[in-house]
Design a binder for this molecule. Structure first.
Ligand SMILES: [Zn+2]
Length: 585
């Protein structure tokens, strides 16, 4: 194979590798490059055996570049392929479907109705993301209503009210109004009294079991035809707290023979012995069920469109009975399926996360292993990246999987251009989840013969942001896995070429062509003295290492892209180490 051909193969392979790596956002693979390369260039085929020998080092070089460098190189080599990539990105359009019958309303009024029984997990972000996006589309109105009328089984967490509002703010939305259901008890009582007056509700002292049995046979209990005066008195006694839990409920009179037993004379109010944790609501014992409370509120607060899980279909049907008694119009309803998230060992459930925190298995709601908004926020992921991923899921009624990789890809697009580069040499890993495997070791290598300092750019695409200043000193730390064989060279990124003699590096005069033409690996490094000890908290464990000295100047919330490692958020400096949270590669 002559040199011309060799060079052509190299260029074609490099363009292909860059394209693939950028497209799939992962390392390019030799195998995946060879097929298309031979397909598009039949003249390469007769040299089949030699071609992979030419391609492999090219792929390694490409994989050593960060995303911005890959884009810059592809632009140089094959600008039309970069255009193709960008066009594909723009072509991916997953708009939310239009809301039904919007033209029938003066204003689209939407509500996000969380139970404040804990800070939000990732799945909770879907509601504000979608509602907030609709609000923007229709120039509508958005309510946050804390449906906190279950003081016992889904007991509110007093911190969660503010935590949830902070989560919504993090996602980039501002509610037009915030209300708390436990402040509105008198309103629910008033409507219950009215419903009793309309003959639409009765007090019932059947045990749950006894009622269930009758109901399943389509038979009314003896309390259904009670004198309305007695019903009124007993309901007032419920409000006054004269019954204990389970002794008396108020039922909505529906159709005792309804084909769906769940809709037969359902409970609207019940007694709860446990006081509500909010002091303002701690005296109430007679609590509305969620279907009653939210049904009344949706009407009174003028909600035009309700978006909720398909598992709550029965809610709309139950509430429709109450709306019929009051002669109210039921809002438009959009149902959606369940959302699941991959990449976490901890189940995405408020109660599971809460119990793991209580048991000490998680450090808190912002532990990087917890699938919560607090956690991803601490890792430096932008709320917008989550909103975009949630909107892409649409509102289908089938269950959907949210891939963390799509949140990461969105976030990378948002922060890549803004985030400065830095070096972090990893040296140790403390796994904190089962099956987590990673092993990092650093080696200190004496260095001589080169400049005193390295000046890599703050950002490879933005010369105007200046250079970093990294003193080299007498020795550097590199990741042991990056060490070349004795006698071989490596390119210390931002510094230059060195030859390794088995003990030490000696600076050589090679120019950058050595990297592309002779397959010299580009590796990251830090000076052995003056570097910053870092604990990088990842979802599966903590990575220990050393960041270049300039990392000491970072402040909380600052982001860095650790070259060849990934994006991370600076969290805090402790006495003996600096703590950062890993976002993604
Ligand atoms: Zn009864």
């Amino acid at each position: 194979m002559d040199e011309d051909l060799r060079e052509r193969i190299r260029r074609e392979a490099e363009a292909n590798a860059l394209f693939n790596a950028l497209k799939h956002d992962s390392d390019a693979q030799v195998g995946a490059i060879l097929g298309p390369l031979m397909g598009e260039n039949p003249e390469f085929r007769e040299h089949g055996d030699e071609v992979s020998g030419v391609v492999a080092p090219v792929v390694n070089e490409v994989n050593a570049l960060d995303r911005a460098e890959k884009r810059a190189r592809l632009e140089e080599l094959a600008p039309e392929r970069l255009d193709e990539l960008d066009a594909e990105d723009e072509g991916e359009d997953h708009p939310l479907p239009d809301l039904p019958n919007v033209e029938d309303y003066d204003e689209v009024r939407l509500r996000c109705a969380p139970n404040p029984n804990g800070p939000w997990h990732l799945g909770h972000a879907r509601m504000p993301a979608v509602i907030g996006t609709y609000k923007e589309r229709y120039d509508g109105w958005m309510l946050v209503r804390f449906d906190d009328t279950d003081p016992e089984t889904k007991r509110p967490d007093l911190d969660a009210y503010d935590d949830i509002l902070a989560d919504i703010d993090y996602l980039g939305f501002e509610p037009d109004e915030v209300v708390t259901a436990s402040d509105r008890m008198e309103t629910y009582y008033e409507h219950a009294r009215e419903l009793i007056g309309l003959g639409g509700a009765y007090t019932c002292s059947c045990s749950g079991e006894a009622f269930s049995e009758l109901k399943n046979d389509g038979e009314a209990c003896p309390h259904r035809e009670k004198n309305p005066g007695v019903v009124r008195d007993e309901f007032e006694a419920m409000i006054d707290g004269e019954y204990d839990s389970g002794e008396m409920v108020l039922r909505v009179k529906t159709d005792i023979e309804h084909k769906n037993p769940a809709l037969r004379d359902f409970v609207a109010f019940r007694m709860v012995d446990t006081p509500h944790p909010r002091e303002e609501a701690s005296e109430y014992r007679c609590w509305p069920m969620l279907d009653f409370q939210s049904g009344i509120d949706d009407h009174l607060l003028g909600i035009t469109h309700i978006i909720r899980g398909i598992d709550l279909q029965d809610s709309a049907k139950r509430q429709a009975f109450v709306y019929d008694y009051f002669d109210w119009e039921y809002p438009e309803v959009v149902h959606w399926g369940h959302v699941q998230v991959d990449a976490y060992d901890v189940k995405m459930s408020t109660s599971t996360i809460k119990s793991k925190i209580e048991a000490g298995d998680l450090d808190g709601w912002d532990d990087p292993r917890a699938p919560t908004l607090k956690s991803v926020r601490r890792r430096g992921i932008q709320g917008q990246a989550i909103v975009d991923a949630m909107v892409e899921l649409g509102t289908s009624t089938s269950d959907v999987d949210l891939a963390m990789s799509s949140i990461y890809a969105n976030n990378r697009d948002l922060i890549d251009e803004e985030t400065p580069r830095a070096f972090l040499v990893r040296n140790g890993f403390a796994p904190r989840s089962e099956g987590a495997e990673a092993d990092y070791a650093a080696t200190e290598v004496p260095i001589a013969g080169g400049p005193d300092a390295a000046h890599p750019p703050v950002h490879p695409n933005h010369e105007d942001r200046g250079e970093r200043d990294i003193p080299v000193g007498d020795a550097v730390l590199v990741e042991t896995a990056d060490l070349p064989d004795a006698g071989e060279r490596v390119w210390l990124k931002g510094y230059g070429p060195v030859r390794y003699d088995g003990d030490a590096f000696t600076y050589t005069d090679d120019d950058i062509d050595a990297v592309r033409e002779e397959g010299v690996d580009v590796i990251h490094w830090v000076p052995a003295t003056g570097s910053v000890p870092v604990r990088l908290r990842q979802t599966d464990g903590d990575v220990y290492g050393y960041a270049e000295p300039g990392y000491a100047e970072y402040e909380p919330d600052d982001l860095a892209q650790f070259v060849r490692v990934g994006f991370a958020r600076y969290d805090r400096a402790e006495d003996d180490e600096t703590v950062a949270y890993y976002a993604h590669s």
